[in-house]
Design a protein around this ligand. Structure first.
Ligand code: GLY
Length: 574
């Protein structure tokens, strides 16, 4: 198995821009990880990246709503209060556990416009052109968020609220304005010129004289309030077929993109069967393709189940996780893509037998030399680009939702007159075999761009069940690092016996097979890093940028943990 991969990977070019990745943590701002803010409640809980939106969700729960009602209200509210990632102009995934025992998943990933081809993101020489896939209007996928949230509400809401009821708090926030904190707008290292270069965005996200807003200023988003109001009154079709759709298509085309009003009209959110695995007696329910996350997560857990992590020292535990990560990410690159376009080998990749075969290739004291198997890649240093929230209610329902614009503020472009920021999600396609996306992830034919196709994602909203009931609700932003963040939260709880706040706060490592490096957050003991280096791992310090806002359901209480990495996240319940 490994040999097949070696053959493939031997063709790769040498690692590009390794210097960027190897920057010492100090050069990246020395962000030490604090401890998760924790909340304990008995009747309902929301943990989200921004406090006003989290409180809106809890209000819905207190008014008799279920976790889906609350999640939908949080999803619309974050589009206003956390505009760098909360969105109407992007897409995402929602994994739902219902009190009656069913599990389901809503796929509202963006789709490629019909005019996309497998050459759309290539330059004149046939090479992948990141300018096109990351910084141009060609990168904009047809937004899925409005359809996804509406579908979730229609099928699994409590029936106590209309969609308009759940959008109303977001309308008020946009119309009355939000008071900005240091966290709300553009945290370093975000480059504000990504927003400033679009006049339609600059007039909203900068002061009239062009200067930046400061903490304490009020951000009013009048056009966004109108768009939300139109959706509240007309439902999702008012977004996909009315004046909003026309404005989005016109703005994209004026900026050189190819999305049409028809692309918006034919967009559909899709309900899918979650991927399911088991880990030491717990059930793992996570997002299927077009996310790679659920499959990779289950694959890694299956590999790790063969080891006694609870009794390994921390270095050995991390070492084995890193070896599992490499192998799962290699499979991601080779096999996975939009399930409506390619045959994903889900059963095989999530089987215990397959994991056992991978385990047999792991030397327990020596890192598998990725130098023979790596491709070159640039990893986008901005990770605060996606956002995850977790919700539970008193009825036994749970929601894990992750959604995104891809980069911080996506393309940075507001469709003029709508207040809606548009994504640059199509960079998640493999523009060309072996050419890495912004997160350094490579891919092949399965994830090639194509009309109507959904680019492969790493978003991993996940619900862990114990005896059939929700035990952990988790997920994270962080591009390629999402799935390994979720893995470590789960292993920290199940194998290391941590409470959820400690499990979320503990420094994380990440290996994505390519490049041949282990990214380590600040705070790991030096002796652990030394031990990993001795086994052959190439450790690269990494600024923390995942944010696994999680809930653990303990007997008699919900315990929420707001990840401390980004600041501003809130766990709140009642
Ligand atoms: N755009 C990041 C992801 O979906 O994985």
């Amino acid at each position: 198995m490994l040999n097949c991969r070696r053959r493939l990977f031997g063709r790769f070019a040498s690692l590009a821009l390794i210097g960027l990745l190897a920057l010492p943590v100090a050069a990246l701002g020395q962000e030490q990880i604090g401890h998760a803010q924790q909340a304990i409640a008995h009747d309902g809980m929301v943990v989200a990246q921004e406090g006003t939106a989290a409180r809106i969700g809890v209000d819905i729960l207190q008014r008799g709503g279920n976790a889906v009602d609350a999640a939908v209200a949080v999803g619309f509210a974050l589009a206003v209060s956390y505009p760098r990632a909360g969105n109407l102009g992007g897409g995402g995934f929602m994994v739902i556990h219902l009190a009656d025992g069913r599990n389901t998943a809503i796929d509202y990933r963006e789709t490629a416009p019909q005019a996309i081809t497998d050459k759309s993101f290539l330059d004149a020489n046939g090479n992948a052109d990141p300018q096109k896939s990351r910084n141009s209007a060609l990168a904009i996928g047809v937004p899925g968020t409005v359809a996804g949230l509406a579908l979730a509400e229609e099928k699994y809401g409590s029936g106590r609220f209309t969609l308009a009821d759940l959008i109303a708090p977001a309308v008020a926030l946009a119309r009355d304005g939000i008071v900005l904190t240091g966290q709300t707008l553009a945290p370093a290292p975000f480059d504000p010129s990504r927003l400033r270069r679009w006049p339609s965005s600059a007039k909203i996200f900068f002061k009239p004289d062009g200067s930046a807003f400061a903490p304490g200023d009020r951000l009013i988003q009048a056009d966004l309030a109108n768009s939300l109001d139109v959706i509240a009154k007309g439902g999702p079709q008012a977004f996909y077929q009315g004046p909003i759709a026309q404005r989005i298509a016109a703005a994209v085309q004026a900026a050189g993109g190819i999305m049409t009003a028809d692309d918006l009209k034919i967009y559909r959110a899709i309900e899918r069967t979650p991927v399911h695995g088991t880990y030491r007696g717990y059930d793992i329910v996570s997002m299927p393709p077009p996310s790679s996350g659920g499959i990779e997560l289950i694959e890694m857990l299956n590999i790790l189940e063969g080891y006694d992590l609870a009794h390994d020292d921390q270095a050995q535990e991390l070492f084995l996780m890193i070896e599992a990560m490499k192998r799962a990410y290699a499979d991601r690159a080779l096999y996975l893509g939009d399930p409506d376009e390619v045959q994903n080998p889900v059963t095989r990749l999530t089987s215990k037998d397959y994991a056992a075969k991978w385990r047999a290739t792991i030397d327990p004291v020596r890192a598998t030399p990725a130098s023979a198997i790596h491709a070159g890649g640039i990893i986008e240093p901005e990770g605060r680009n996606t956002t995850h929230f977790s919700v539970v209610d008193r009825f036994g329902n749970a929601v894990a939702n992750t959604y995104t614009l891809n980069f911080i503020y996506g393309l940075g472009m507001v469709a003029d007159g709508t207040g809606i920021l548009l994504n640059n999600e199509l960079d998640d396609f493999a523009a060309k075999p072996d050419s890495p996306n912004a997160f350094g992830l490579t891919g092949y034919k399965a994830n090639a761009p194509g009309p109507g196709k959904r680019p492969l994602s790493s978003m991993t909203p996940t619900i862990v069940l114990k005896d059939g009931k929700p035990f952990i609700v988790t997920g994270s932003p962080g591009g390629s690092r999402i799935t390994t963040a979720v893995l470590q939260v789960i292993v920290n709880v199940i194998d290391r016996g941590m409470d959820i706040a400690d499990a979320v706060s503990a420094p994380r490592v990440h290996d994505q097979w390519v490049p041949d490096q282990v990214f380590a957050e600040p705070g790991l003991p030096e002796n652990v890093l030394t031990a990993l280096r001795a086994r052959g791992d190439k450790i690269v310090p990494q600024r923390p940028f995942t944010s696994a806002n999680s809930i653990m359901i303990t007997p008699g209480a919900f315990v929420g943990a707001a990840d401390p990495r980004e600041g501003g996240a809130l766990a709140v319940g009642y």
